[in-house]
Design a protein around this ligand. Structure first.
Ligand code: NA7
Length: 289
């Protein structure tokens, strides 16, 4: 019989992940801070839990995917949190993007109550979540991964086992840092050519024929050229992720000068934003006022 799955966090990522679990025939229980966001899933057959604690108590596998470290602390360790209800022998998959240190604390708390723990942040965006084609960056025990692969396989197409708990978030933060710096570099180059009177499209066209071609040019350049920033990867989350990468670098004594500068651009655009925007909106930093 398929394990029952409880999913906490029905944001842009969590909702389609829960839908795919339902479609695959899992019994699914959901909890979200803003309860109304669970309505559609409940109408599709999901059960609604009153608290993260009740959800964990009812589930063979609990999966968390919430925005940031404070959100995760609240759903795991809050008064009605997961760790007050999770069953011995069940498993916790943690898929938010947070710090490696927080994941290690969560792994220790799970071990203390006899639950398995897998760190599994994701990449692939909302598109990947809807198609069931997410990629998981896994940290944890090999045996736990083997046990949970059938569940991951409903939501994702690939997973990389990167080492013990902490390794998954480390790679995830490094990857998002690289992604942010690529978009930031593209924004700077576009600002330069357009101010010089050359269309940005020309730069992109030439780049596509050079060793600098990349997925960022395919996916982010079109909306940057139009100045349209409908959130796919929200800037508020990239701001958090580059901040987490800088925190980790600070702990390790690794200088990240480009990342530090890029974070200031994200901070400026985040502060000026009047609505949720994609992180490629960092290009608006160079728009003439
Ligand atoms: P979203 O769409 O911003 O969704 C965030 C989710 O986190 C959403 O369910 C929120 O509930 C929940 N949240 C935020 N703060 C809290 C607190 N304090 N307590 C409980 N729940 C909270 O993000 P995505 O789905 O795109 O991304 C999720 C993670 O994956 C994130 O770490 C990314 O970096 C990667 P709400 O509906 O607002 O009540």
């Amino acid at each position: 019989m398929k394990p029952s799955v409880g999913l906490i966090g029905l944001g842009l990522m969590g909702r389609p992940m829960a839908t795919n679990l339902l479609k695959a025939g899992h019994e699914v229980t959901v909890w979200n801070r803003t309860a109304s966001r669970a309505d559609e899933l409940v109408s599709q057959g999901a059960k609604r839990a009153a608290t993260p604690r009740a959800l964990a108590a009812a589930s063979d596998v609990t999966l968390t995917i919430v925005s940031d470290p404070p959100a995760l602390e609240s759903v795991l360790w809050g008064d009605e949190g997961v760790f007050s209800g999770i069953r011995k022998g069940s498993a916790l998959i943690e898929s938010s993007t947070v710090s490696p240190g927080l994941e290690k604390r969560a792994a220790a708390a799970a071990a203390a109550v006899g639950a398995d723990f897998l760190e599994a942040p994701v990449t692939g965006g909302t598109w990947g979540a809807e198609k069931g084609e997410l990629v998981f960056m896994v940290g944890g025990e090999e045996a736990t991964l083997k046990r949970l692969e059938p569940v991951l396989g409903v939501m994702g197409k690939r997973w990389f086992h990167l080492g013990p708990v902490g390794a998954g978030q480390t790679v995830k933060l490094a990857m998002n840092l690289l992604l942010d710096l690529e978009v930031e570099a593209l924004a700077e180059a576009l600002a330069l050519v357009t101010r010089a009177g050359v269309a940005g499209e020309k730069l992109v066209e030439v780049m596509q024929s050079s060793m600098g071609r990349s997925g960022v040019l395919d996916i982010k350049a079109p909306n940057m050229l139009k100045g349209e920033y409908k959130p796919s990867f929200p800037l508020r989350l990239m701001h958090k992720d580059v901040g987490l990468a800088l925190d980790l670098a600070n702990q390790l004594g690794v200088p990240l000068p480009a990342a530090a500068a890029a974070r200031e651009v994200l901070s400026a655009v985040k502060g000026a934003a009047t609505e949720d925007v994609d992180f490629s909106a960092l290009a608006s930093f160079w728009k003439k006022k």
